[in-house]
Design a protein around this ligand. Structure first.
Ligand code: TTP
Ligand code: MG
Ligand code: MG
Length: 484
């Protein structure tokens, strides 16, 4: 492990909700909930003002409305969030070639590889400047964690939230991790957490005390080893930029996130079959089966399993894909699924035997690479046309956003990111003067706008004030972190 805190983890604060507040002046400082507003909708995220009432991600929308009846309820604008995400990722890529995005609002950056930091001081400076630059370019706040490993950098950014920066100094990490819940460690979800609790293990310290053999006994070889190492703060995983793998794969994007686990399973089976058709069509086979799952928040997981020999057998690929799916948490919904086969060979082991039988039927027709999958929850027409929170333009009143619709009426608030909070007017849903519009940029970039992009390694820290992080809250761990 490196000896300086030069791995940076960034996570934007209340991302979707903050974008909405930046777009809509009347919502700043207010409780805002973004998510599915249909009968089975769940909360994607809530502004920190709404979290005070107990509203949080993945909560059923009905429950959120009971807890925070006066909050603004908005439908997500994924394309817009993605464009803001790209601006943020571009700032990260200016720091280092090694940027590993984990979701739309989150990424690791290897500052050392970019030559922008080599010790604690330079790392902290880069973090402070990054936060200021993100604010200047997007108008939003993100929290930064700095540490000598990915695991600790991510824990640090969580501690820094909201709107802060925390550095974990190398040498202090074990003392800091010890009293924390096992759930803090990567890969420990509710199921593993329960499993460990039943064995009397609730803190990271207790994992270390239990010893490696006990962990392996409880959780199996791979997971047990991995978790034990994490508990001792041993994490050598490198920051890896996204790269292309050689494989045959198919994937589907869903218009509406799939929440139903059975349905997810069926889709994976369908994709496995389609993947095998393409594989066979190309006269190939492969040893490694890969499952790709993109979740509601655009975080993308891949799981893979390597077989003893190459295959192009649909049953083998289906079963492997199903096993891989078992290890993926899909709570919150799935936007995209993919199945691939890599480790390609131009023959199959079975071929050597099957040829005699002479029956490798490749009877399937042409396969589309990418098809639009069926929609799970069709929206009522009125909602589809005027989703709450989406932008509109009125011929006379200009740019605004839909505050609500129903009973043949739509209520629009006319304001823009740089205006004062605006006024509300109501129209008929079929008013010809009203049309859907694209979102407006959150920050107007002046002629000097280009200067706001960070000059890598420059000593100048942007003049936008970077606010102080909230103080360290772990018991006895005060020495482990420090503030800018
Ligand atoms: P997060 O980074 O987990 O949460 P956040 O940015 O809203 O808040 P925090 O300050 O705690 O980081 O997720 C990023 C976005 O992903 C979030 O704004 C909305 C979306 N999301 C969902 O759609 N469903 C979910 O269950 C979660 C956790 C996030
Ligand atoms: Mg976030
Ligand atoms: Mg995140």
């Amino acid at each position: 492990m490196r000896t300086s805190p030069t791995i940076l983890h960034l996570d934007m604060d209340a991302f979707y909700a903050s974008v909405e507040q930046a777009s809509k002046p009347s919502l700043r400082g207010k409780a805002v909930v973004v998510g599915g507003l249909g009968p089975r909708g769940v909360v994607a995220t809530a502004s920190y003002e709404a979290r005070v009432f107990g509203v949080h991600s993945a909560m059923p929308m009905g429950q959120a409305r009971r807890l925070a009846p006066n909050a603004a309820y908005l439908v997500p604008r994924f394309h817009f969030y993605r464009s803001i995400s790209e601006q943020v990722m571009e700032l990260l890529r200016a720091l280092s070639p090694l940027v590993e995005p984990l979701s739309l609002d989150e990424a690791f950056v290897d500052l050392e590889a970019g030559g922008v930091a080599w010790d604690e001081r330079s790392a902290r400076l880069a973090g402070v400047k990054l936060r200021a630059d993100i604010r200047a370019v997007t108008g939003l706040t993100g929290s930064v964690g700095l540490a000598a490993s990915k695991m600790l950098a991510k824990i640090a950014s969580e501690e820094a939230k909201p709107d802060g920066l925390v550095v974990i100094e190398p040498g202090t990490e074990r003392a800091m991790l010890g009293p924390m819940s096992v759930r803090t460690l990567p890969g420990v979800g509710p199921a593993t957490g329960d499993h460990l609790r039943r064995a009397g293990i609730t803190t990271v310290e207790e994992i270390a005390e239990a010893g490696e053999d006990e962990l392996v006994r409880l959780l199996g070889k791979a997971h047990g080893h991995g978790l034990y190492a994490m508990a001792l703060a041993r994490d050598d995983r490198p920051v890896v930029a996204e790269r292309e793998a050689k494989s045959v794969s198919v994937e589907d994007t869903y218009d509406v996130d799939i929440h139903d686990r059975t349905r997810v399973g069926l889709e994976v089976q369908r994709l496995a079959e389609r993947c095998v058709r393409r594989l066979r069509g190309a006269g190939l086979s492969g040893r490694t089966i890969v499952l790709k799952v993109r979740r509601y928040d655009f975080s993308t997981l891949t799981r893979s399993e390597t077989l003893r020999g190459p295959t192009d057998d649909p049953a083998v690929v289906r079963e492997a894909a199903a096993r891989l799916l078992d290890s993926v948490d899909t709570t919150g919904g799935v936007r995209l699924l993919g199945v691939g086969v890599s480790g390609l060979a131009d023959y199959t082991q079975e071929d050597l035997f099957a040829q005699a039988a002479g029956e490798r039927a490749v009877a399937e027709g042409p396969v589309e690479e990418h098809s639009v999958a069926p929609v799970e929850e069709p929206l009522p027409l009125a909602e589809r046309r005027w989703p709450a929170g989406h932008d509109v333009r009125h011929a006379e009143f200009g740019h605004g956003w839909v505050q609500g619709s129903g009973l043949g009426r739509v209520t629009v608030r006319f304001e823009t990111p740089d205006s004062e909070p605006g006024r509300v007017r109501t129209f008929r849903v079929d008013d010809p003067d009203l049309e859907a519009a694209d979102p407006l940029p959150l920050v107007l970039r002046g002629p000097e706008g280009g200067d706001r992009v960070p000059g890598v390694g420059s000593q100048a820290v942007s003049s936008v004030p970077a606010s102080l992080p909230k103080s360290w809250s772990g018991s006895g761990g005060g020495a482990a972190t420090s503030r800018p």
